[in-house]
Each structure stands twice: as C-alpha cells, then as structure tokens.
Design a protein around this ligand. Structure first.
Ligand SMILES: [Zn+2]
Length: 572
C-alpha cells in the first residue's frame, strides 16, 4: 500500500468535533470521516482494521459452532410490534415508511427477524441447539451521537442468536459464546473484563458485558470489581456487603420531634444546618413505576440505584416524580419529603441499611421542616431491599473478602440469556418427544466491531498517536523512505517494499515526496506496530533501521537479515 497512491488524509490539528482522544486520533490519522452526526465513512486504513477484527470474530464464532448468515437491514415494523419493542425502544429505533406508507424499521438488533426465520423452519427439538450469526451494519437513533464510533447512529456489529430446547442447553450455548468472546478479544490484543450487567430492554434473565479497561475519559462505564476473585459488575448492577455490619445500635429510640430547617433541602444543607453526619439522614426519593407510586428510602450518604429500585418495585423502569407531583403528594416542595404520614397510595421501599437505623432524620413533608429522632415504628415500610448503589472499598459479595475497586471501561461485547421472550411473542416453538409444543429458549450475543476498533485506540495510544495491537493493525510494517527525491534511496526503498511484501507482510509504504520529519510524525500518528526506515546513512552502512511503535529505541538490521528479523519479531 503506497501512501502516494492511497487515501490517508492526515490532519495536523486536533479536529474540533472530537472530545475523546481515540476519536481525535482516528480523524487525525486519516481512518474515518464524518458524513453527518453519528455516521462515519471508514477510509482504507480503517477498512483494514475492521476486516481484521471481523475475521478474528468470525473465526471464533465458527469455531464455537455458530453459522454465519446475512439478514436484512430493513424490517417490517409489524415484527417489532409483535414483541412490543416498537414501543419499548422509543425514539432510539430508526423508523421509516416505504412508498406504500407501510411502517419499517432499520435494524439495531435482530432478535425479531431471526426468531421469525427459525419459527418456520425448526419444528423438532432434535434440530437444536442452533446458533446463527452475522456481521452487519446496525442503526440506533441516538439522541446525542458523539464520541465517534462509540456512540454512533450507524455502526457495525456481530450479532449471534442461540436456540435451545431447555435451560441447561442455553447455559451451554451461553458458555460457548463467553469462551469465544474471551478468545476473540484476546486475539485482538485486548484484555477484557466480563461484568454482570442489566438486561434492560432486551428482556431475559441474565446478561454480561465485556469491557476494555481504560484510564481515559473514554471509559464510559464504571465497573466495580474484586481484586481477590473474578467478581465484576457495572455500577448499575454491582452489589456489595455493607462496609460495616449494619449496627444493631445500642442507642435507645427517642421520641421524634420536628425541627425548623429553613431552606435546607439538600443533604449537605441539612447536615450543615443540624451539624450531623449524612449517615444520620434518610433520603426519601419519590418515583413512579407504571401506575405505582414509590417512596425509596436510602441513607443520606448513599446513592440510589434506579435499576435495583425498579427490580424491587417489580417494574422494568422507574421514573422520578417531577416537582409539582412531589408537592401534590407530600404537601411540601422537593427536599422535604419523608416517610412519616405518607398515604397508602405510595409503596415505601427501604434500603436494607435503613431498616436497621435508629434515631434518624427525615423530611417532615412540610416546607422548611425535618423530623429528628425518627424510628422504624414511626412509619410503614412495604418492602426492604438493596436499592443503594455499591461503592468502592465495600466488600465483595462473592468471596466476601476482597474490597471492591472502581475502574472505567468501554463495552465492546454483550451477552444475554433471553429465555422465551421472543419465541413466545412470535410463536417459535419446537415439539418434544411427547408431542408438546414448547417455546424455543434463546440467547443473544453482540460484539461491536467498530466500537472494538475505537476502544483499542482509546486503550493504546500516546501523545504522538495510535499504537495498534499487532493483530488488528491496518498493516504489519510501516516503511519510510527518508528521502524519496533521492533516486538511489527511492530505488532501495522500492526493493525493501518488494521483499517485505513477498515475505507475506502487509506494508504501508511512505513513498511520498515529503520531509522525513513529516513522514515520521505520520508513522507515529497512524500507529503501525513496526517501522522500517530506508535512509542515506543506512544505505552507506548496509543496514536499515527498525523501530517498534511502542518503544523509543531503534535498532538496525543488515539488509539481508531485515525480513527474517521482522518475521521473527512478529511471529516468534
Ligand atoms: Zn471477591
């Protein structure tokens, strides 16, 4: 690949449109260009990276016994209406109408289509298990597309779907995908952490995400993980043992009283005003889940976890009540709500930490007033559950020893045990030996191909540019002719290009008439793992310079040993 002939439009300056370092680098190094918000063109170098990631993923999927198919991007809306996701996914679902005004969908995932496919074809359980996958463009109408390929409206995904007769079969199919994912990411040169995650709008029982751990702003999700065992979960899902055993306090309950707390609405204002610690307060947060009104009680120094609260409430989601609704319900502005005296129409869900507290402080459901020395006998709790978010340094819920640590990651893959949500909605059943029809049990498995590419850049770069892991780099070697104006040097570089290419290496050859400094800067920016420099000094000495992108020091190799040296380094 000669740089003088191909299309690698590098930029000297950071593009203003990019926030994340990986997004900036992909634009600057000439890998991608934006067409419109959240929609990108993949240029020749990017195309090669995506092809390499896809090939690795494809090989691991095939090895795991999955079969590749290609499903349409354009779906009839009717299928999505049958599973309820036409509504559930809301505006994220990319919708359009055809010329007959029939509603259509641009697929963001293919559970509906693949279930419709197998429903007509799989009649007997003897045809199971089956796993079908594809690598294809997907659509999601993000409200605020940003971060380049990380939160785009059009992106490339590998999506796979498993079909089993029973739960045990699903467990096996799931494990095969987990193993394939770990192998695929490792082959891409990426360490990933598998974390427990929420099933969200996908439905189903359990789910995991595969995260690339990064120390940059690109780490979109917070993960809590245990250094002593393999427990890891995203923040929405993470659990923990309380830092201290919840005190069965020796304090005797005192009778409650009301105090004036003028304008003290936030936890900080109340604790300052009353001169107490936040863990003496109980926050009352008011939500709606479907038709149900909920008061969630958590300790003042904790954060609510809305996913856990939704689970406790038995709904798919919860939505915080707005100010006027809170005022109507409690008789006080936001900031003064409390559990004492709340009507039956509100379900009170208390965090388990609250359920052991004594003599605490709550809002009084009256403007500028709080109640102190409140005890559990003063109000009704309908349900106790863990609804607070886990926090770093709390103890691991699995091994019960390790202290959770917080890290940031980028999700590159996810796996879902779907169960029968889609097969039931669409009538995909198989007949067992006794002649009974049973819904097929499904799993769904995604890898973001474009996302993985950007995650690798977010993970591996320095101030000069990208440092690709070898297996997904767009080329094996970046050949720089230090002075392409010098005919003898250019001829020598052409020969090196020939011999490296013949040896099976893919070479990006900088044969442009440019200053050596410009070429080196571009080589660092583009980030090919190895650079070979053909320069005048080397020509005189009979050696060419070899340099690894992730090392500062360069070495030299005699002309006749260059190819062997590189091959040995790359494929030891
Ligand atoms: Zn642990």
């Amino acid at each position: 690949m000669r740089m003088s002939r191909t299309f690698i439009p590098t930029l000297r300056e950071d593009p203003a449109e990019a926030e994340l370092v990986s997004h900036k680098l992909l634009l600057r190094a000439g890998y991608i260009r934006k067409l419109t918000a959240g929609i990108y063109i993949y240029l020749p170098l990017m195309q090669r990276v995506l092809a390499k990631i896809s090939r690795i993923v494809r090989e691991e999927m095939d090895k795991a016994g999955a079969f590749e198919i290609t499903m349409p991007v354009l779906h009839p809306a009717e299928l999505w209406q049958k599973t309820g996701r036409y509504n559930d996914l809301g505006p994220e679902l990319m919708r359009l109408h055809d010329r007959h005004d029939r509603p259509m969908v641009l697929g963001g995932t293919h559970e509906e289509v693949v279930t419709e496919l197998v429903k007509g074809e799989l009649r007997s359980y003897r045809k199971l298990p089956l796993n079908l996958y594809q690598i294809q463009v997907k659509f999601r109408d993000e409200i605020r597309p940003r971060f380049g390929l990380m939160r785009g409206r059009e992106f490339i995904m590998k999506d796979a779907y498993s079909f089993d007769f029973d739960e045990a079969g699903l467990d096996l199919s799931y494990q095969k995908m987990v193993d394939a994912y770990q192998a695929a990411f490792a082959r891409c040169g990426l360490d990933t952490v598998m974390v427990e995650s929420d099933t969200g709008a996908m439905g189903g029982k359990s789910a995991h995400e595969f995260m690339v751990i990064v120390d940059t702003e690109g780490g979109e999700a917070t993960i809590l993980s245990c250094p002593d065992c393999d427990y890891a979960a995203n923040l929405e899902r993470a659990e923990s043992l309380p830092k201290e055993q919840p005190k069965s306090s020796s304090e005797a309950p005192r009778p409650r009283s009301a105090v004036d707390t003028p304008n003290a609405k936030t936890i900080e204002e109340v604790t300052d005003f009353l001169n107490v610690k936040a863990n003496r307060l109980v926050k009352t947060l008011l939500y709606r889940s479907g038709d149900q009104l909920i008061a969630a009680l958590i300790r003042g120094d904790r954060q609510i976890n809305e996913t856990k609260l939704a689970h406790a409430a038995g709904g798919p989601t919860v939505e915080m009540l707005d100010g006027p609704t809170v005022e109507k319900l409690t008789g006080a502005p936001v900031g003064f709500a409390g559990p004492v005296g709340l009507g039956r129409e509100v379900t009170v869900i208390a965090d388990e930490e609250v359920a052991v507290m004594v003599n605490f402080i709550v809002g009084a459901n009256a403007r500028d007033k709080h109640l102190v020395d409140v005890n559990l006998s003063d109000f009704r709790i309908d349900k106790t559950a863990v609804i607070r978010g886990a926090e770093p340094a709390e103890r691991c819920p699995r091994c019960r020893k390790g202290r959770l640590v917080s890290r940031r990651g980028i999700e590159v893959g996810n796996t879902f045990k779907l169960g029968t949500k889609y097969s039931q909605a669409l009538g995909a059943t198989v007949t067992d030996d006794a002649g009974n029809e049973r819904p097929i049990i499904m799993g769904s498995y995604g890898i973001g191909i474009t996302r993985t590419a950007q995650a690798a850049v977010e993970r591996f770069h320095d101030e000069r540019g990208i440092i690709w892991p070898g297996p997904i780099a767009p080329a094996d070697c970046h050949l720089v002719c230090a002075n392409s104006d010098d005919a003898a040097l250019a001829r020598a570089a052409d020969q090196v290009y020939e011999s490296l290419t013949q040896a099976g290496l893919f070479v990006l050859y900088d044969d442009r008439v440019e200053r050596a400094g410009v070429k080196f800067a571009d080589a660092d920016l583009i980030g090919i793992p190895w650079r070979v420099t053909v320069g005048a000094k080397g020509l005189a000495k009979g050696t060419w310079e070899i340099k690894r992108r992730d090392r500062d020091a360069a070495e030299s190799a005699p002309f006749d040993q260059l190819v062997d040296r590189l091959k040995q380094e790359m494929w030891p």
